[in-house]
Design a protein around this ligand. Structure first.
Ligand code: SF4
Ligand code: SF4
Length: 216
């Protein structure tokens, strides 16, 4: 008489990649740099660690990645190198091309998230100082955010709009407050109370101080 399959066998049938997940790519023991362990232990990887360890190198992430379409960047490669604990990731500028659209995460058949891996690697690059120049722009935004509650005036950031719209754009900028009053949508800026809370959070977390080295 043929016996019922064991639970593990059923799991294997339901998920033919289970063996891969368990063995093929999991290489924490060979993680000489400690990078894989660092990535896997990050709280943001809580729901993606098993996915990283079982990455199939199928390339679905790369096929839908907008950054891969226009730059020398491959989420599949990032996943492979993260699995290997490849320390060159800590000095790889391509991770800054990721725009956090999360397409890779939503499409990955294993539940991996290269978006999150990129966040972790970027953080490590900033920590080491290597990636500071990539966050230099944000220091200016942070100071504006602290002062006004807005990260940046659109007309400062998007000169192309001003060029294209000409006087209409400057008219909008000049009369924005009146227009908002007329529309009844209130001020563009947060209230004084909200600003107080915002500044308290920024002071408490030291976010401005942490970004200061990037200004140099
Ligand atoms: S889609 Fe997922 S499993 Fe496939 S290569 Fe990308 S990270 Fe790996
Ligand atoms: S989150 Fe980043 S890596 Fe993922 S698809 Fe979007 S741009 Fe590509």
């Amino acid at each position: 008489m043929i016996g019922l399959p064991e639970r593990a066998e059923l799991d294997q049938l339901a998920n033919p990649y289970a063996a891969l997940a368990a063995n093929a790519f999991a290489s924490p023991a060979g993680d000489d740099s400690g990078l894989l362990a660092r990535i896997l232990s990050d709280p943001r990887m809580q729901h993606h660690a098993a996915g990283l360890l079982s990455c199939l190198q199928c390339g679905i992430c790369t096929s839908g990645c907008p950054a891969a379409r226009f730059g020398d960047f491959s989420p599949r490669e990032i996943s492979r190198r993260a699995l290997l604990g490849d320390p060159t990731l800590l000095e790889d500028d391509s991770v800054w091309l990721c725009c956090y659209c999360y397409t890779c995460q939503s499409r990955c058949p294993r539940g991996n998230s290269v978006a999150v891996i990129n966040q972790i690697i970027r953080g490590l690059q900033v920590e080491s100082g290597y990636g500071l120049r990539h966050v230099a722009l944000f220091t200016a935004w942070t100071e504006q955010f602290y002062a006004t509650g807005l990260g940046g005036w659109p007309h400062q950031l998007l000169d192309a709009i001003a060029d294209a719209w000409g006087d209409r754009w400057w008219n909008l900028v000049e009369h924005l407050d009146e227009m908002r009053d007329e529309l009844g949508v209130g001020s563009l800026y947060p209230s004084e109370r909200a600003m107080g809370e915002l500044r308290a959070i920024m002071d408490e977390t030291g976010c401005r101080e942490r970004l200061q080295p990037a200004e140099a």
